[in-house]
Ligand binder design. Structure first.
Ligand SMILES: [Zn+2]
Length: 279
């Protein structure tokens, strides 16, 4: 019976697009079904992790007992922006370009946390949420230090052949009254792969819509950028979410709280689900 309910929910998910919030929808549906709150699939944290290949081999003769998770088979890169590295090296902003930028830069800062710290905290939570949904998730860093430059981060995603790379950042402004969220996508100055560009845009639209829906943050839109090393070296779809302004005291304070961080991660995960459901 539980399996049947999960199957029905899964089918419903497959039919939903960017305008839906699949995880929330699952929760709402589950609340309406008596006894369904005991289902394992209600929240990402509680969702069983996909079997490892070794386990599958051992149990190959037995009937299949796990239902396919929504992001099964998807490979994702979560890239918490910045990270500690004292190198002052520079690198070309695009293959073949003579224009160079610093390979490692420090980010914005809030009252009690640096952008590097915030990006990492959200990145680790997002890793867990996407893993619980069945995705194979890779990280550019899982600690405060980083060894990967912006080119290195792009090349990691290329080598892994990820379906999507999600870069996490927070904004800073000289004006403390500026607030809200935006999402950056690569432009076509250096990148000639039309499909990579259009997939990046579609992923960005899905993630931004769900992020705004979940957090209530002000929507500052999708921004095309041709000058970003981490984009120009990527051959896989890539987006960069600016999660909020650390220079705005109210938004900065919100982004310190666990409750708001849960909403941030929920929004990004819902956006990733919406992107793959539409494919
Ligand atoms: Zn940043």
């Amino acid at each position: 019976m539980k399996r049947l309910l999960f199957l029905s929910l899964s089918i419903f998910l497959l039919l939903s697009g960017c305008s839906f919030s699949p995880v929330e929808t699952m929760k709402e549906l589950a609340q309406e079904i008596p006894g369904a709150e005991q289902l394992d699939i209600v929240t990402p944290e509680e969702t069983p992790v996909a079997e490892t290949p070794e386990e599958t081999e051992k149990t190959v003769a037995e009937p299949k007992t796990t239902t396919k998770l929504p992001l099964s088979g998807k490979i994702l890169l979560v890239d918490p922006g910045h990270g500690l590295n004292s190198s002052t090296a520079t690198e070309a902003i695009a293959p073949g370009s003579s224009e160079k930028k610093r390979a490692f830069v420090s980010g914005a800062s809030g009252k009690n946390q640096s952008e590097e710290e915030l990006n990492l905290a959200i990145g680790l939570k997002l890793r867990d949420a996407l893993t619980a949904l069945g995705a194979e998730v890779h990280m550019t860093r899982e600690g405060h230090e980083t060894t990967l430059s912006n080119i290195g981060r792009a090349e990691l995603g290329n080598q892994l052949g990820v379906d999507l790379s999600v870069k996490l950042h927070a904004d800073g402004s000289s004006s403390s009254s500026v607030y809200g969220t935006s999402i950056l996508i690569p432009g076509n100055t250096y990148i000639k792969d039309a499909q990579m560009l259009s997939e990046s845009r579609r992923a960005a639209e899905c993630i931004l819509a769900e992020y705004v829906k979940s957090t209530g943050a002000k929507n500052n839109g999708v921004v095309v950028r041709n000058d970003m090393t981490g984009f120009n070296w990527s051959t896989v779809p890539v987006v960069l979410l600016e999660m909020g302004f650390m220079s705005n005291p109210e938004e900065d304070a919100k982004m310190e709280t666990e409750a708001y961080r849960e909403l941030m991660v929920q929004g990004i995960a819902d956006g990733v689900l919406a992107y793959f459901d539409e494919k």
